[in-house]
Ligand binder design. Sequence first.
Ligand code: PLP
Length: 465
Amino acid sequence: MTVISPATATAAVTPSAEADVCTPLPVLGRDVRVPLVTGGEVTYAALDYAASAPALQRVWDDVAAYAPYYGSVHRGAGYLSQLSTDLFEQSRATVAEFLGCRPDDEVIFTRSTTDSLNLLASVLPAGTQVYVFDTEHHASLLPWQRAEGAQVTWLAAPRTPEQAVAALDVALHGAPKGPKLVCVTGASNVTGEVWPVRKLAAAAHRHGARIVLDAAQLAPHHPVDIAALDVDWVAFSGHKLYAPFGAGVLAGRPDWLREAEPYLAGGGATRKVARRADGTLDVEWHTSVAARHEAGSPNVIGAYAIAAACRALTEAGFDRLVARERQLLGRLREGLAGIPEVRVLSLFGEHSERVGVLSFVVQGWNSSHFAAALSAEYGIGVRDGLFCAHPLVRTLLDAEPDEPGACGAPDAAPGERALNAIRVSFGAGTPDEHITRFLAAVTTLVRTGAQWTYRTENGRCVPAR
Ligand code: PLP
């Protein structure tokens, strides 16, 4: 086991206890150079962490140290299979600790947040009433209506955290008897605004409902403590938590998961399969929650990478990372506030708590055009569009529901409403210089326009050659 000890693999990149609070964590790709359409090249500024964050160097090193020892999980007699099985189960324990799980909580490795929430939707008891704000990412908005027998109530966008709690309270007060589930995001993938999770959980529990936290955007930016928040489940994705190896997590209460049919039918989820005399199959499913819902060969590298990220963030001092991110966010917001043509999108208002995710529109610009110019002329990677949260972005832009969010739409004339937005997002690996460069680029684009011409190709704005 010594060969894959995180300490031996990554001592060189692990920050010491005395490390400067403002030192970004080393990530892969930090020195990558990209060409500019205007000539020359620059170091790439990755400011799209909310989509997928770069891998922490520490995660990469841990995975590389383990890779030669990779083997099958839960199904091999050989040494490497046993070692991989041990590491897979240790990874589960590391994630449980990272999330502050209660003793009876279960951690299930999935493919992503989307997969985790679809898994939870598949185990809802018959007749579950589901409550979800229409401001959610599609991954937490959509799985419930496909759940058999579930009734979904979509709550309208609240304009303050207090309104969110009050709206949920009212909805649950009038709810019919029976199982109830509330699904809420921890931090918006559009505005970065933090939702009042603890208060929503208290409201849910007051009315006998359960609550699942979509922590896809919260977990990379802020410690998530399932017991302290008193939520029933938490879902997040490895690729947003600096561990891009195709795994995600659903953690929380075991009972609904234990009582439901397995999410996937197949090897690993069964205890016994036998032919009956009448030719049908007699299947005995695992009662162990993780085995029951992790059919097929598990993604051990993905799980191990997530555990490595949990260790890295914890050892770096999550509070210090939060403090540093706040500083960067403060600089970013201050800089954008100084450009009158920029409108930052917000549901909860200027003083709401936020993580390092921010969306905006620029007067007179199509957002896709603006994002394309940031990339092609400045080597800055952001995202444009509706961010898989169409109802929320349309609410924030005050756009009609049936208007297309076409990336290649023409530039909006001054005074016209934008149809989509630009999102800038960052995290533990972002150097100050990326925020400085971003603000300078936005200012120049707004003041002097794009230097290049752009055209629409397959719905996206790209530089015309
Ligand atoms: N929830 C939120 C808030 C997100 O931002 C995302 C992805 O952007 C998801 C869920 C879905 O995550 P994944 O694509 O990893 O399943």
